[in-house]
Design a protein around this ligand. Sequence first.
Ligand code: ATP
Length: 229
Amino acid sequence: MEPAVEAHGLGKRYGRNWALRDCALEVPSGRIAALVGPNGAGKTTLLHLVVGLSRPDAGEARVFGRAPRDMLAEIGFVAQDTPLYRDFTAAELVTMGGKLNRRRWDTALARERLAMLGIPPDQPVGKLSGGQRAQVALALALAKRPRLLLLDEPIASLDPLARREFMQTLMGAVAESETTVLLSSHLLADLERSCDYLIVLQRSRVQLTGAVDELLETHRTLVGPRAGS
Ligand code: ATP
């Protein structure tokens, strides 16, 4: 099957510094892939290139075989600390999203997801917890029924319980759709049970990429003991 994301020789430079250099990777379709690396490794830079928010200075990124700018309607993106309109309720945000994304938007699905999570539909989202706001941002991104969903550090500011709940929602949503997910994080421990594909970025370069199980076995000494073992 055609990969959801491919990059060849992909690079981005700010002034004389390469934020991302000679990046080659492939995210297989239908996976939840984690883009892991320390702060400043180039994760946001890579996601922005895949979404089409910035132009590469070298190489190219393809989304389902096409240029990102030709796939905008089919890519969902949740930026780091996505600002939600805090004075609006979750129900209002779902309705507003429907007006902006008429063709693919699934209002019923978004409402159902938020109800299942116990998110109060009539409270301004500014009054919700960080974990609940992250869930609202995710439900809105999924309502667009994206073929590819990119999430930039979605769990970084959440407590451990909210992180687990977020990843469970994401896994459930992906299981019942055909969405491929690429999410960035500087934490591997929370992800190795929920992601099945891994890309490790360090100092602007891809250091490792492959199926999680295979990589964790082969590089046990590099990534340390498996969580819970
Ligand atoms: P973080 O988790 O801290 O956001 P990251 O892995 O997402 O880290 P990037 O934000 O992609 O890393 O940054 C990679 C490098 O590029 C860093 O050295 C950063 O300072 C630099 N950088 C990113 N955006 C810009 C910009 N607009 N102008 C100049 N330098 C930038």
